[in-house]
Write a protein that binds this ligand. Structure first.
Ligand code: ATP
Ligand code: MG
Length: 573
């Protein structure tokens, strides 16, 4: 490609809403163009990178015997009603009607469509397992589209779905195989990533893993162990239960049981100070409004230790809600609660409550009395009950339940997600097959996603400097750029043209900067675009010398004209 003819428009100015490097450089470099909140056009450079990523994904998926399909983007609502997700999905799901008043959704994910397709053809265990995928635009009306390609509303996803005769086969030939395949894809792209335990939502269990590209700008917090390979999204992280603080001998905490007047003592800090006790021995109540299907709302109160924080995703799953939102003091009072004094005993019946697992069986705790200006000390919590769930946020310094070492936080970008769906969709959609004994059973399924367009952003978050993009070999829009320093100089232009033709003939993808611009301008563009190598054809051509630039280090190396082609072939191998 000749730069002089290319549809490449670079800019010095970053978009006003851009805060992270990938957003800034992808727009400034003319890879993508914003057309509205969370909507982007891919320009030729961006499209080339996107295609490279797609090709790598496709090659690895095909190796793993996955078959590519392409399902309709517009999905009849009926299917979403069959699975029960039409109501549950919330406002991210774009629902609309056609001229005949038929209802549709724009696919934010395709479980229903895929199950519907397979159930019509696959009737016997002999036709299993199956792993079908597509690389297709998705639409999610995200509440806060931001960070460029990182969180778009329309975005390109690889979504795959596997169908199996039983759970064992799903784990072996679906889930585990995809874990390996996804790892191969991300490794080939040149990403530094981790596979972490993830939230499995209402399905529960440990059947969900996320692939996280490590980056400070990542929106996800990952809990990682200093001693072993344990890592989990904070939404699913586990720890060894906190130990009671050590008091001097003879000063063990003992509490009788009783109601105490605690005027205006509303915060955990005030409470701990008032009773001269560690926050460990207090109970914090966090009240939220839980939203369910069909517009049903309920107040939910979550109880954790005073020195702990509530983890919202865990809490949402604990009450099986679609979402938790903030609740006002007025709403709490209307529900019969006393803000600042909410406690585990004597809660009004209309309020949902969950107590953190680690409080099970405790007897030395102080909690609100559900009465203005009163707390109860010595609250006894039974060591049984289905109101106990894991709802705490694992904190840095907490202890790993696998090896006993300390846990710490790091940030990640979710680039992929694999999930053991089991019969979550096949059951309601009655997608069944006949097993070896002639018995009808729902398919055991797995679902697997990769954020293909988000990957462009992830690569740049990990590979950039203060001048622009530094693409990895596998993702770069071109292998090499030839910069003719001054096109008015015949010998420079001629050599540039010759190298351009020769390298292309040898299968190298070359961008030839043959524009009538100053050298300084061209090199700035080169640095912004981030092509792995450049050949500068400048003044020293007369002495038989050109320069090779390594984009990563920005180091220049003089090479003789005779050697430059073989050198580039070697570097780009
Ligand atoms: P997130 O937690 O980031 O919102 P998700 O868990 O809702 O993502 P999945 O349903 O697991 O996303 O989708 C599969 C993959 O699609 C994700 O792992 C992510 O890489 C990508 N993806 C999801 N939402 C977006 C988005 N709004 N923009 C770009 N990529 C996205
Ligand atoms: Mg996910």
């Amino acid at each position: 490609m000749r730069f002089s003819e290319a549809f490449i428009f670079t800019s010095k100015d970053a978009p006003s809403d851009a805060t992270i490097p990938s957003h800034i450089y992808l727009v400034r470099g003319g890879f993508i163009q914003s057309v509205g909140a969370g909507l982007y056009n891919f320009l030729p450079l961006g499209k080339k990178v996107l295609d490279k990523i797609k090709t790598i994904a496709k090659e690895e998926l095909d190796k793993a015997s996955c078959q590519e399909v392409d399902l309709a983007f517009v999905t009849p609502s009926e299917l979403w009603k069959e699975s029960g997700r039409f109501e549950k999905y919330g406002k991210e799901l774009l629902r609309f009607k056609d001229r005949k008043d038929a209802e549709f959704v724009l696919g934010p994910t395709h479980e229903e469509m895929m199950v519907n397709m397979v159930r019509q053809y696959v009737k016997s265990y002999k036709q299993l397992p199956l792993n079908l995928y597509q690389i297709k635009y998705k639409f999610r009306d995200e509440i806060r589209p931001r960070f460029g390609l990182m969180r778009g509303r329309e975005f390109l996803m690889k979504d795959g779905y596997s169908f199996h005769k039983d759970e064992e086969d799903m784990v072996k030939n679906g889930f585990s195989k995809m874990e390996e395949t996804y790892s191969n894809i991300f490794r080939r792209l040149g990403l530094d990533f981790r596979v972490v335990d993830a939230d499995s939502g209402a399905i529960g269990g440990s059947g969900s893993k996320e692939f996280m590209a490590l980056a400070d700008s990542g929106e996800d917090t990952i809990v990682v162990c200093k001693g072993c390979s344990y890592s989990a999204n904070i939404e699913a992280a586990k720890r060894v239960a906190k130990e009671a603080p050590k008091y001097e001998e003879g000063e063990e905490v003992e509490m009788g049981y009783g109601k105490f007047q605690t005027p205006n003592i509303k915060s955990i800090d005030d409470l701990a100070n008032f009773f001269h006790i560690d926050k460990y021995h207090t109970i914090k109540a966090v009240a939220k409004k839980a939203l369910f299907d069909d517009g049903v709302e309920k107040i939910a109160v979550f109880f954790v230790r005073g020195d702990d924080e509530l983890e919202e995703t865990k809490a949402t799953n604990a009450v099986n809600a679609n979402e938790l939102i903030d609740v006002s003091e007025e709403e709490l009072k209307e529900a019969g609660l006393v803000p600042g004094f909410i406690g585990v005993e004597n809660l009004p019946d209309n309020v949902l409550s969950v107590i953190d697992n680690e409080l099970k069986g405790e007897g030395t705790l102080i909690s609100g009395a559900n009465e203005e200006d009163y707390h109860i000390i010595g609250v006894q919590l039974p060591d049984y009950g289905d109101f106990y769930k894991d709802i705490v946020t694992v904190q840095e310094g907490d202890i790993c339940s696998c090896c006993g070492k300390e846990l710490y936080y790091t940030k990640g970008i979710e680039i992929g997600h694999i999930f053991q769906l089991k019969d979550r969709y096949s059951k309601p959609l009655k997608a069944e097959f006949l097993d070896e004994n002639g018995k009808s059973k729902p398919f055991m399924m797995g679902t697997y996603g990769i954020g293909i367009s988000r990957l462009l952003a992830a690569v740049i978050e990990q590979h950039h400097d203060d001048k622009g993009c530094v693409w990895t070999k596998a993702t770069a829009p071109f292998d090499v750029e030839i910069i003719v320093s001054n096109i008015k100089k015949e010998d420079e232009l001629n050599l540039g043209e010759k190298l351009y033709t020769n390298l292309q003939e040898q299968g190298i993808d070359v961008l030839l900067d043959d524009r009538k611009e100053r050298f300084g301008f061209k090199i700035k563009d080169y640095e912004l675009l981030g092509i792995p190598y450049a050949v500068i054809v400048g003044k020293k051509v007369a002495d038989g010398i050109v320069e090779i630039v390594d984009r990563k280090t920005l180091q220049k190396q003089e090479v003789s004209i005779d050697e430059v082609e073989s050198k580039i072939l070697e570097l780009t191998k």
